[in-house]
Design a protein around this ligand. Structure first.
Ligand SMILES: Nc1ncnc2c1ncn2[C@@H]1O[C@H](COP(=O)(O)OP(=O)(O)OP(=O)(O)O)[C@@H](O)[C@H]1O
Length: 746
């Protein structure tokens, strides 16, 4: 019986792959054809072909990315229909549906049906593929009249197989085994802000990624041109998750870590937690406003200016009035400067004219010529710049943190000690908490080159021309696209976006990444508990419609500027307008380890979400107590045992930041290139990390060096140690020379 069913599924899935190959061949053929004829014809023809080429390329990339485990489920419905579920939708040439996209409404019951609420499903079948071959099938029989003698329920096999598999250093998708509570969140409505709170390993990251893919699929019209932004804690984390969305058939999501949210800035330097906390405070917004106002200065007294040998006087009163008028425009600093300069130039020109007339040159003086003289005067230029200098965000922020007198003037609410903490050399590299300050500054300063507006206007005009072209081409294209299997209706906007002149042809995602003022249609934030108020302020600016999916775990907060409750974190930006969902099952950490982590947190006085672990592990947490000074030696000694225990899997050593270099060096002396240092070393099977780098990642085995130091270093929070203890999927070992924090040992 089972063998016959398996054989059936194998042949069906072979058919699906045959169809995938056929579509791929078709796209390659069409792409070749478009490329061959690309340089011929009118501008409109050419741009139409460019648009086709981009669409074919995208579709081909999508078809290539979904090859692995293309299909993973089948539903047997009350109606007798058999419905296959997979990464994308597939149909025959005559539009007979072969497989439904997992995100389509018809696929929802695959994740939601239970024996109590069957939703018209008699049987749910998981297809477990290796490469292109069906290796096994597992059935949930929901309608018990279907049970044949001797047949048994095999509910959680696919899930447990996924959970027990060896880690690779890269996150995989969970599309075949999404659980009902996760599915509800993935498919919740687009608008508003949704907070997903969940303990470690509850699938928050997985849910965030699948939700981004779901939203783009379901609301393509609304989201494709504005885009979806996915924000994570670090570049290493972005690397860890980067393959998930393509494997789900989505390539259009813009991904950025918090250090890369401002185009042109890559913030990698690390600073003290105290400085980060100060810079994250919401009153830094006022400090930035003060810093800008501080650059709109009045001279100490009236000044004399030489214009072509004539002495003019610029009074403090005149400057003050021009400043008031410029500020009253409400424009950003660099743009308001135009008003300021224009007023004073006019007044000085007037003064010059009066002077010349009074000296007997008659009233023939040519005013435009005089205006040129005033504008050309070095004294005038220097004075106007001293009063209202055009500024870049970088210059404003670096001056503020490198000049004590400026900092004292713009941040009077900070104590001397606090200001001392913020001071640094002018050429110091940027840190993550500088990014929201730079963004705030850019917002307040506006375009540096005010003529940039003209270039922008020219680009806009070109785009409008493209749009008109696109509208003409579109009716015939939609038909052809449908024929060629590209889903969704194409809008003139989208087509125009593909139409940008060659060489400048950027996708929406690429353009969004280079444009600070881009407004996204939706933002997904992972590890959101770490964000400071200033980082929230930046993100809300990126999505003015406030459509957010916010995932995190308050108990895992380790950054000093992070949140201690969702209400407190979100109130300034969203008021009460957000809803909360909770994930309650831990898929990563085995029961024994998860319980030790919760006991440790509780003993330290912290209440944490304690999700129920879905499986027991083979091992209790192991503890080695060693003499002071023997920590690193012990790490090296146990490594053989650890790597053998997780045979072929990954082992992470999580150490206090100060101990990471020597631990990595000692391990490398024995294990050579197998040892990676810092996050992002996904190719090695032994990785040495500090707790911050370990955030969001997971490993088969974890060795924690000096747990008490992780607790002490976190400023009274359990975050660091709690994060470290909840990374393993199989095995945890703690090596301690100081007394072990309470609760770890039962
Ligand atoms: N439904 C599922 N099917 C298979 N695997 C799952 C499922 N849900 C979660 N997992 C797996 O559990 C592990 C933990 O998931 P994830 O990293 O998303 O959790 P998290 O809540 O973000 O954890 P943390 O807050 O600790 O970083 C991952 O390996 C993920 O693939």
């Amino acid at each position: 019986m089972y063998d016959a069913e398996l054989a059936n599924e194998r042949s069906y899935v072979e058919g699906l792959y045959a169809r995938l190959d056929e579509l791929r061949a078709e796209k390659i053929e069409q792409l070749g054809e478009v490329r061959r004829t690309k340089s011929m014809g009118t501008h409109q023809n050419r741009s139409e072909r460019d648009a086709f080429a981009s669409l074919y390329e995208n579709r081909l990339a999508q078809l290539n990315a979904v090859d692995d485990k293309l299909a993973f489920g089948r539903l047997d419905l009350d109606s007798g229909e058999l419905r296959y579920i997979g990464r994308i939708g597939l149909s025959t040439d005559d539009l007979r549906q072969l497989m439904v996209d997992w995100r389509a409404p018809e696929a929802g019951t695959f994740y939601q049906a239970t024996a109590f609420e069957r939703l018209g499903v008699r049987r749910r079948r998981h297809l477990i593929l290796q490469g292109r071959t069906v290796k096994s099938i597992e059935d949930d029989v929901l309608d018990h009249t279907m049970l044949v003698d001797g047949e048994h329920l095999q509910g959680e096999g696919a899930l447990l197989a996924a959970l027990n598999s060896k880690r690779t250093g890269r996150m995989s998708d969970i599309v075949g085994t999404i659980q009902a509570e996760q599915d509800r969140i993935i498919r919740s409505p687009l608008s508003g802000a949704l907070v997903v709170q969940g303990g470690p390993g509850t699938g928050k990251t997985a849910v965030a990624l699948h939700r981004a893919a779901y939203l783009l699929y379901t609301h393509r019209e609304r989201l494709q041109s504005a885009g979806v932004l996915l924000v994570g804690p670090s570049s290493a984390f972005m690397k860890y998750i980067e393959r998930v969305l393509p494997s789900l058939g989505e390539t259009g999501v813009v991904m950025a870590s918090v250090g890369h949210l401002l185009p042109g800035i890559s913030a990698t330097a690390v600073e003290s937690p105290e400085a980060a906390r100060l810079k994250g405070r919401i009153d830094m917004a006022q400090v930035m406003a003060n810093a800008v106002a501080n650059r709109q200065r009045l001279p100490r007294g009236d000044v004399r200016l030489d214009v072509e040998g004539t002495r003019l006087v610029l009074t403090v009163r005149q400057v003050r009035r021009a400043r008031e008028k410029a500020r009253a425009t409400g424009k950003p600093h660099n743009e308001a400067r135009v008003t300021f300069v224009k007023i004073l130039l006019r007044e000085l020109t007037e003064q010059l004219r009066e002077h010349i007339e009074a000296n007997g040159a008659g009233n023939t003086a040519d005013r435009s010529y005089l205006a040129d003289d005033v504008r050309g005067s070095r004294d005038v230029r220097v004075m106007l710049n001293l009063c209202w200098m055009p500024l870049s965000a970088q210059k404003l922020v670096s001056d503020m943190f490198s000049k004590p007198e400026i900092l004292a003037a713009v941040a009077p609410q900070f104590t001397d000690a606090e200001r001392a903490m913020l001071l640094r050399p002018a050429d110091a590299p940027w840190t993550e908490s500088d990014v929201p300050l730079l963004d705030e500054a850019a917002e307040l300063l506006g375009e540096m080159d005010v003529t940039g507006g003209r270039a922008e206007a020219a680009r806009e005009a070109q785009r409008n021309r493209d749009l008109a072209n696109a509208e003409k081409a579109i009716s015939n294209m939609n038909q052809q696209l449908e024929d060629s299997g590209v889903d969704g209706i194409l809008t003139a906007e989208q087509l125009a976006d593909f139409n940008i002149v060659e060489g400048e042809s950027l996708s929406n995602a690429e353009r969004a990444l280079t444009d600070r003022t881009w407004a996204y249609g939706h933002v997904v934030v992972d590890e959101a508990q770490e964000l400071s108020p200033m980082q929230w302020r930046l993100l809300v600016r990126r999505c003015p419609v406030k459509s957010f999916t916010i995932v995190g775990d308050i108990a895992q907060t380790s950054s000093a500027a992070g949140a201690s409750s969702w209400r407190q974190a979100l109130a300034p930006f969203m008021g009460e307008r957000w809803s909360l969902e909770e994930l309650t099952v831990n898929y990563r950490t085995p029961t024994q380890i998860a319980e030790a982590a919760v006991r440790m947190a509780n003993a330290a006085g912290q209440v944490v979400s304690a999700p129920k672990a879905v499986r027991d592990g083979e091992w209790e947490p192991l503890v080695d107590k060693v003499a002071p000074g023997a920590l690193v030696r012990r790490v090296v000694e146990v490594m053989e045992e650890e790597t053998t225990a997780v045979a072929g899997g990954l082992v992470a050593v999580i150490a206090p930041p100060a101990m990471v270099p020597e631990t990595a060096a000692a391990l490398r002396a024995v294990y050579g290139h197998r040892v990676g240092h810092g996050a992002g070393s996904v190719e090695q099977d032994i990785v040495v990390l500090d707790p911050h780098e370990a955030k969001g990642l997971e490993f088969d085995g974890v060795v924690i060096v000096e747990p008490a130091a992780l607790l002490a270093g976190a400023g009274g929070r359990v975050g660091d140690l709690y994060v470290a203890m909840t990374r393993p999927t199989q095995r945890l070992r703690l090596i301690a020379s100081q007394p072990l924090p309470e609760g770890i040992e039962a």
